[in-house]
Design a protein around this ligand. Structure first.
Ligand SMILES: [Zn+2]
Length: 118
């Protein structure tokens, strides 16, 4: 897999986690078990998100920020040739390509980064 794509997936994962934490906070059971306050947890996540974002190439980072600001998830899986960000078919030439996850693909319809899982 393309290193930038791996970073993007990791980033998206952290951002999803951050979103859940910011909106729901730590669940009661979690705050009882773990010695970590929500603010601390958020801060750790933010630091890690910044670190990862710095490792993205400039155009990739710019697009990631732009897309996540407008639609949330900036990376979408492709299943059976369909982008699961916008549910529009991606060019079939890409889907059948060997090593298709070895480069950074972008959905021409919704602009999300794509990774192939089928
Ligand atoms: Zn799309």
């Amino acid at each position: 897999m393309h290193p930038q794509l791996e970073l993007l997936l990791e980033l998206q994962d952290l951002k999803t986690q951050r979103q859940a934490l910011a909106t729901e906070g730590l669940k009661d059971v979690e705050s009882e078990v773990f010695d970590l306050r929500p603010e601390e947890a958020l801060q750790i996540l933010d630091t890690k998100i910044d670190e990862l974002a710095e490792r993205l190439d400039d155009p990739v980072r710019a697009r990631f920020c732009e897309v996540s600001d407008s639609v949330g998830r900036a990376v979408a899986p492709v299943l059976n040739g369909v982008c699961y960000g916008c549910y529009v078919a991606v060019p079939t030439a890409w889907s059948s390509e060997v090593g298709r996850n070895d480069r950074v693909n972008v959905c021409s319809h919704c602009g999300r980064f794509l990774y192939y899982v089928d």
